[in-house]
Structure formats: structure tokens, C-alpha cells
Design a protein. Structure first.
Length: 365
């Protein structure tokens, strides 16, 4: 078995973009590469150009979790090598990281006076607004994709953190690192990333009237020739595990109809449409005497007039509802009751994932 090839920033840095989104399998070295880059930039600038490390929750940048951020960097002797032996360790104190050495005589760590990295959390960003960070030149937002909950207006919160750091100047790079746990997220939505992302490729985008803001998105290739030794522990028939071992998008397993179960046209008592993330899904309410459930499948034909539509966007049409979970009519109450009783089935796990994300977004609003 070949040596595991960890992620390198070389290809995405060659695109020379402002924002750099890096997604892929867990533990492939995305975060490590960005942290090392930030440290290199700091040392090569004469210990001047600092960087910011951002997480969603305050709990992720305090206590033991904060202490552990640079553990691999230190264990691999990167600090010693980058500083030519001047420093060998990193200490965390009060939201900041410092280069340091262990002094044998005093038996204490002797740290630099100025930090090389600052911690930020989106959930606590209000406390950082009035502080100035004139020497921060790179930003790293780690774990920007989640399967759980995003903060309200999270993209705006993130941009506020960027604004607090940048002020009225230019900085070098902004990195966002994420595992492939959920295709739908507020960052793809707000960055306008709607096309299918191909693994192993880097896509570039331009924003603004003159394309002055640039973004590169890299979906890390699967290292097929050098699989991790630990992959043998995840060789089970569960699609969620493909994210861990190969960087495939994580999907839950959603209820399907049985192979021999056929839906008759006469069993469909009502149909509605869900429009979400650029796709359309038809929900058929099925009643055949013995069974009653909803079946979701791809909507491949145009929406007919007077069809009930659920979407997140507001509309003046009396047939459009902008929140499936806001029960204000008899039909919506009936649909919600199927979800509550577990009587919803899907054509595929991908469709189940989309409907799940739609419902989560409805619950937030």
C-alpha cells in the first residue's frame, strides 16, 4: 500500500482567488494545509502577518478544543522547521495562539509577546466588532458545512467577521474548509454555487460589476491509489461512510417503497410540489384503502396552474406557501401529519436529503 497523500494547497493557490473553498473527505489534510500556510505566511513576513481561525460555535474555540487546533502542526515539527529552530511549540491563551519554546532552566514555556493567530466564533462575533486586527492577512473558516444547524443569517454573520478583520484594506486569502456532509448549505447558496460539483476539479467564480471578487471551489480528489489504512473500519453498506473514506457527499438512508410496490394513478388523491435548491419534487398523497402515505419523486414536467407549491421564496400567488411547517390550512396540516407519523417515502436518498433540508429550513423560519 502506498503512502497516504494528504491535501496540498498548490492547485487552488495557483488560481489566485480571494475566497478559497475546499471540500472533501474527513481527515485528508485540508485544515492542516491551511494552518501550515497561515504559519508560513506569518514567519516569512518577519513574524508580522497574522491569521484568523474561525469556527461556528464558541465551544469549538475555547478550552481543550482550542488547545488542540495546532497539535498536529507541533507534533510534525513544523514550527521548529519553519522558524529554523527559533521556536518549537505553540501555546493557546485567551483566544490567541503564540509561538513559544520550553525553557529548561525555568521549566516554563517562553512565548512571543504578540500572537500569530486569533480565534473567532460566529456565535460570539458581536464581541469582536469593536476590535481592530490590522495585521491579520489570512482567514481560515473550518468546518463551514454541517449536517446539524446553521446560525440564523449565518452567511451574514460570517461576512461580518470578515468585515471586522478586513476593515478598509486588502488581505491575502480567505479559506473555507468543509467535509462533504451536506450539499445544501447557506454558503453555496449565497456564493451562487448551483452547478453539480465534480470531484477532483477546481471551479472559479467572479462577482461584482467588474469581477473584482474571485472565488475558487475545490472538491478534493479521492486518493484511490493510497487509501487510508483506517478505511477497513468503515467497509459497511452505509452511504454515510463514503464521506469518511472517499469524500462522497454524506446521505442519510431514507424510506423507499418496496420493490414490488406499485402506485396506481387512481390511488393518488392529491399532489403538490416542493421547489428547493433549484430542483422540483412532486409529493403524491396516496390512499388505497389499507395504506395512506406521501411519495416524493422528481418533478420532470412543468407545474400545472392551480397546483399547490411549497418553496422558501415569498409569492403573491394563492397557491404558493413559503413554509411547509407553518400550518395555516387543512391541506398543509394533513401533509405535516404524514411527516409526524413517519409515513413519507422517497424515490431516492438524494430526494430524501433535499426534502429533509427543505423541512429544516422551514423549521428555522
Amino acid at each position: 500500500m502506498g503512502r497516504m497523500k494528504y491535501y496540498s494547497l498548490k492547485n487552488i493557490l495557483a488560481k489566485n482567488c480571494d475566497y478559497n473553498l475546499i471540500i472533501g473527505e474527513r481527515s485528508n489534510g485540508k485544515t492542516y494545509a491551511c494552518l501550515k500556510y497561515g504559519l508560513e505566511q506569518y514567519v516569512n513576513s518577519g513574524y508580522v502577518k497574522q491569521f484568523a481561525y474561525i469556527r461556528r460555535w464558541k465551544e469549538d474555540v475555547t478550552g481543550r478544543r482550542a488547545d488542540a487546533v495546532f497539535t498536529s502542526i507541533v507534533q510534525n515539527n513544523e514550527v521548529f522547521k519553519l522558524t529554523d529552530g527559533k521556536y518549537s511549540d505553540i501555546r493557546y491563551y485567551s483566544g490567541k495562539y503564540y509561538l513559544c519554546n520550553y525553557d529548561e532552566e525555568s521549566k516554563k514555556f517562553i512565548a512571543m509577546k504578540e500572537p500569530f493567530c486569533y480565534n473567532f466564533s460566529l456565535s460570539d462575533m458581536e464581541h469582536d466588532k469593536s476590535t481592530s486586527y490590522p495585521n491579520i492577512d489570512n482567514i481560515i473558516f473550518d468546518e463551514f458545512i454541517t449536517r446539524k444547524y446553521y446560525l440564523n443569517d449565518e452567511f451574514v454573520l460570517f461576512m461580518n467577521v470578515v468585515s471586522t478583520i478586513v476593515r478598509d484594506r486588502n488581505i491575502n486569502k480567505i479559506f473555507l474548509c468543509g467535509n462533504t456532509v451536506n450539499k445544501y448549505n447557506p454558503y453555496f447558496e449565497n456564493f451562487g454555487i448551483k452547478n453539480e460539483i465534480e470531484q477532483g476539479r477546481i471551479d472559479c467564480y467572479k462577482f461584482g460589476e467588474n469581477g473584482e471578487t474571485t472565488l475558487a471551489l475545490e472538491y478534493c480528489a479521492d486518493n484511490a491509489e493510497s487509501k487510508k489504512k483506517s478505511n477497513k473500519y468503515f467497509a459497511f453498506n452505509n452511504p454515510k461512510l463514503q464521506m469518511i473514506t472517499g469524500g462522497k457527499w454524506e446521505l442519510d438512508i431514507y424510506p423507499h417503497l418496496q420493490a414490488d410496490q406499485r402506485i396506481k394513478e387512481s390511488d393518488i388523491v392529491f399532489s403538490f410540489v416542493v421547489v428547493f435548491d433549484g430542483k422540483m419534487f412532486q409529493g403524491d398523497v396516496i390512499e388505497n384503502g389499507e395504506e395512506s402515505f406521501i411519495y416524493f419523486h422528481n418533478k420532470t414536467t412543468p407545474i400545472k396552474p392551480k397546483t399547490l407549491v411549497y418553496q422558501l421564496q415569498y409569492s403573491t400567488s394563492p397557491y404558493v406557501r413559503n413554509n411547509l411547517m407553518y400550518v395555516n390550512d387543512k391541506i398543509t396540516r394533513k401533509i405535516v401529519s404524514y411527516f409526524a407519523s413517519g409515513k413519507v417515502f422517497y424515490q431516492s436518498n438524494e430526494i430524501g436529503e433535499s426534502i429533509h433540508n427543505f423541512v429544516v429550513n422551514c423549521q428555522k423560519h
